[in-house]
Design a protein around this ligand. Structure first.
Ligand code: HEM
Length: 161
């Protein structure tokens, strides 16, 4: 008798995203500490979202691993690569069931952080649209699960309609 749930991995049509990387001027203006602070706040948002169960209990430690990646992505030194190896982001997200609703929730969390980012972490406002476009495109590549017909048991789902 088998008792495991079937899981079909979803591969976004079109393959890896062809999105422009964010401008390196972002790191030049923000610096490492501000990027770490921004990612801590992202993880605070994620902690209050319905994505919470996907994440480990220590959200600050988790935010630091992500921040290491974003430092390199935004034009700084390749901290993630140095500390944790090849990013392989789609592969690293594979253990989690990420469908389109999860992607929209993740983007909404990041949006709230970015709305305050110029004041709070010295994010250059001129580069916000480019960075949002990058997140929009790249997050599509993290989707590994087809949308489920049944909504998650959570009121937040209604906000996504
Ligand atoms: C599409 C929605 C996304 C969801 C639901 C999601 C969810 C997650 C989860 C559950 C983890 C594991 C946390 C842990 O165990 O520490 C994680 C790690 C991470 N995510 Fe995402 N993610 C998404 C999109 C993205 C995107 C677009 C990026 C980059 C632009 C990204 C960058 C990272 C990084 C750098 C890590 C840390 C990997 C590590 O611990 O070594 N994520 N994400």
């Amino acid at each position: 008798m088998t008792n495991h749930t079937q899981r079909t991995i979803y591969v976004p049509p079109g393959g890896p995203p062809r999105v422009a990387p964010p401008s390196p001027e972002i790191y030049a203006q923000m610096g490492e500490a501000n990027i770490f602070a921004m990612l801590e706040d992202l993880y605070r948002e994620l902690e209050q979202s319905w994505l919470r169960p996907m994440f480990p209990s220590d959200m600050v430690a988790a935010s630091h691993r992500s921040a290491a990646f974003f430092v390199g992505l935004l034009g700084g030194p390749p901290l993630y690569h140095q500390r944790y190896g090849n990013p392989m982001m789609r592969a690293r997200h594979m253990p989690f069931r990420i469908d389109e609703a999860a992607r929209q929730e993740w983007l909404a969390c990041f949006d709230r952080v970015l709305a305050r980012a110029p004041d709070k972490y010295n994010f250059p406002p001129a580069h916000l649209p480019g960075f949002r476009a990058f997140l929009e495109g790249f997050s599509g590549w993290m989707v590994n699960t087809a949308s489920d017909a049944s909504p998650p048991a959570d009121d937040n789902f209604l906000e996504l309609q």
